[in-house]
Structures are given as C-alpha cells and as structure tokens.
Design a protein. Structure first.
Length: 115
C-alpha cells in the first residue's frame, strides 16, 4: 500500500470516530426518550384500557337493567291479561250455568219415572 492510501484510511477512520463520538450523546438521549415514551405509552394504554373496561361494564349494566325492567313489565302485562281471561271465563261459565238453569226450568215436564 502506498503511503497516501494509508493516510487516507487513517483520516477516514479518524473522521468516522469523531462523528460517532459527537453523535453518541444525542443517540443516548434519543434512546432514553424512546424508552421513557414507550413506558409512558404502555402505562397510558393500560390506564385507557381500564377506563374503557369500566365504561363498558357500566354500559352493559345499564342495558341489562333496562332489559330486566322491560322484561318484568312484559311479564306483569301478561299476568294481567291472564287474569282478565280468567275473569271472562268465570263470567261465561256463570252465564252458561244460568242459561242452562233457565232451560231446565222452562222445559215442560213430561211424564217420567217417578219413584
């Protein structure tokens, strides 16, 4: 190798080493900031996840309560309808018994076996 090439290689290495030494503090600072940011993001994401989970559970509880109230109201309506039908059936049976009694009373007696 010629002396000019050796001097060029040594100069290039020296310039490269100086650039690395100059950039090292900035790289370390960027690395620290990145680690801190990632840690903060993880914490933030976990906090947001907990908030979202709590909000979702509250919303589901509210929906469940509304559905339960509607269901109970429908059951009450159905019970009222069943009671109304039972009352109607009782009235029809009473009328039917009275009507049958009228037929029995108004029917002429024909001779029958009297013992």
């Amino acid at each position: 190798m010629t002396p000019e090439i050796i001097i060029a290689v040594i100069s290039s290495a020296a310039i490269l080493a100086a650039a690395v030494v100059a950039a090292l503090p900035a790289l370390l600072t960027a690395l620290r900031r990145t680690r801190t940011a990632v840690g903060n993001v993880e914490t933030s994401v976990q906090e947001q996840g907990a908030e979202t989970r709590a909000a979702t559970i509250d919303a589901l509880d509210a929906v469940g309560s509304r559905l339960e109230a509607r269901f109970n109201a429908r059951i009450d309506d159905l019970r009222d309808d069943i009671d109304d039908v039972r009352e109607d059936i009782t009235r029809v049976r009473e009328w039917q018994a009275g009507h049958d009694a009228e037929h029995i009373i108004s029917r002429p007696r024909t001779g029958g076996d009297a013992t």
